[in-house]
Design a protein around this ligand. Structure first.
Ligand SMILES: C[S@@+](CC[C@H](N)C(=O)[O-])C[C@H]1O[C@@H](n2cnc3c(N)ncnc32)[C@H](O)[C@@H]1O
Length: 481
């Protein structure tokens, strides 16, 4: 009964049934602690409905408060390898580079990009994400994936693709939460699209991976996650992921890391914002392009065609993410040819984005041009553009949403999950659990908070949005009906 009617019983609160015997990981740290993240306790044999407690607002900043950044500090740039590299591109080019080029180098330059050499998450890192806030996030994404799998007719083989998996925490929680559903977990071939060698290693470890020899002669091997026995592989792009099997795609806080072009209205028309080096001080600075750039002609024009004249007239700044358009195009094509669907969750808006690009270092907002490579850069996602790009790519797909993260997780039954967990925990764990729950679905400052003001948990519930791109054969995905 459970296996065959997931989606139909979701509305009758499937979540308590789903997780009744799920094996839990247990990690614990006090929600009021600034830095303490004790090591994981053993997972095996954990009792029903136990939970792990993760860093909360008291120690970590999420990346969605971008329109109201605190004061910028403007530290001088040190001449790191990346700074030298950026300056050499500008010098070689004989002029400034686009903000998108700057952002791409800063985040993913193979030797010194922000993501490439270190673990940037959590209290000791630069920011926090929903999977790191609470195990319930990955579990709910698992519910969504299982329901889609059921709508697809429970195929024997599914490509489960995650873009930008960070520490792999979402996938760990998804697999553990779904462990009772053996037919589902057995069908999974997991594909991680990740640019960072360091984070690939963290994902490998957290997913308890092991390598098995496939062919002794040519030393080919396959990697298995011991959490579920699923084969798992890593890729740099979606094109590298083999096609031909029904597909479930997850992109959580991936789109916001894709490079954006910035445009500014000037007396001579829309100009592109560029990054240049000051002649006297050799510090980075912003300049405006003297005439329309290729991005202005290609992408700004394209995006503006999807918007109303009134919407454009009100704007002094516009941000466009061509990589998000291209990726969405590819996702829609893949979902169209292979069946299945994609879930995109991120902070953003359902309209043109004005001026959202920001930098975060060690849980503080800093200037975008400060010490490049040592701070995360991210921008709001333009969900309207994602919708248009998907619809333009294929007539065989439908786009649903965006809806708020709060609606999304609430409709999937997170309330039942938190109640179940609260029945089996200590007072200290309950505080951490409530804080995590608020961060995922709440809006603004947590009303129950009695700790220090500067540590008040801020809800991500309405600032994060969820959108699904699904093959029409599957019908409307849960909970977008
Ligand atoms: C903000 S983190 C989100 C991590 C994770 N999804 C989470 O919610 O905790 C962005 C992730 O995308 C990866 N990433 C960023 N740009 C990428 C690119 N162009 N190609 C592949 N991975 C990328 C980063 O290394 C990191 O794992």
């Amino acid at each position: 009964m459970l296996r065959s009617s997931l989606s139909s019983c979701l509305r009758r609160s499937v979540v308590p049934i789903l997780f009744a015997t799920s094996v839990r990981s247990q990690r614990f740290c006090s929600s009021s602690s600034q830095t303490r993240i004790p090591p994981p306790l053993p997972r095996e044999g954990a009792e029903e409905n136990h939970y792990d407690s993760r860093p909360t607002a008291s120690i970590s900043i999420d990346r969605s408060g971008l329109y109201n950044p605190p004061e910028h500090s403007h530290e001088p740039s040190s001449d790191s390898e990346l700074v030298k590299h950026l300056k050499s591109i500008i010098k070689f080019r004989g002029g400034p580079i686009t903000v998108a080029e700057y952002m791409e180098e800063v985040l993913t330059n193979p030797t010194s990009g922000f993501y490439m050499n270190r673990d940037v998450f959590g209290a000791g890192g630069d920011f926090i994400t929903s999977p790191e806030v609470s195990q319930m996030f990955g579990e709910m994404i698992g519910v969504w994936a299982m329901c889609l799998w059921e709508q697809m007719g429970q195929p024997d083989r599914v490509n489960l693709i995650e873009f930008g998996p960070g520490r792999g925490t979402l996938m760990v929680d998804l697999l553990r939460g779904a462990s009772k559903f053996v037919d589902f977990t057995k069908s999974l071939h997991i594909h991680m699209v990740e640019c960072s060698p360091t984070l690939r290693k963290v994902q490998y470890d957290n997913l308890k991976c092991t390598d098995e020899a496939v062919n002794e002669e040519d030393h080919t091997k396959s990697t298995i996650s011991m959490l579920s026995g699923a084969p798992i592989s890593w890729h740099s792009t979606l094109e590298e992921v083999p096609s031909g099997s029904p597909t479930i795609i997850i992109a959580h806080e991936f789109y916001d890391a894709l490079p954006v072009h910035q445009f500014q209205k000037a007396p001579r028309g829309w100009c592109e914002k560029m990054v240049d080096v000051e002649e006297n001080s050799s510090r980075f600075r912003f300049v405006l392009s003297p005439q329309p750039t290729s991005a202005t002609l290609l992408y700004l024009m394209k995006r503006c065609k999807w918007a109303g004249a009134q919407e454009i007239a009100k704007l002094e700044h516009i941000e466009i993410c061509p990589k998000a358009m291209d990726l969405t195009h590819q996702i829609a094509k893949r979902v169209s040819s292979d069946g299945g669907g994609a879930l995109i969750i991120d902070y953003g808006e359902n309209k043109i984005i004005s001026d959202s690009l920001q930098a975060i270092r060690k849980h503080k907002f800093v200037h975008i041009l400060d010490d490049p490579g040592t701070a995360d850069l991210s921008a709001y996602v333009d969900f309207a553009s994602v919708r248009h790009s998907a619809e333009e790519a294929s007539e065989d797909i439908s786009v649903y949403g965006p809806m708020t993260q709060s609606q999304f997780l609430g409709s999937l039954g997170i309330n039942f999950r938190v109640e179940a967990l609260l029945q089996n925990c200590t007072e200290e764990q309950a505080e951490s659990l409530r804080t995590g729950y608020w961060r995922l679905v709440g809006d603004g400052e947590a009303p129950f908070w009695e700790g220090p003001d500067e540590q008040t948990p801020i809800g991500m519930g309405s600032r994060y949005l969820a959108m699904a791109i699904v093959n029409k054969k599957q019908g409307a995905p849960i909970p977008f009906q």
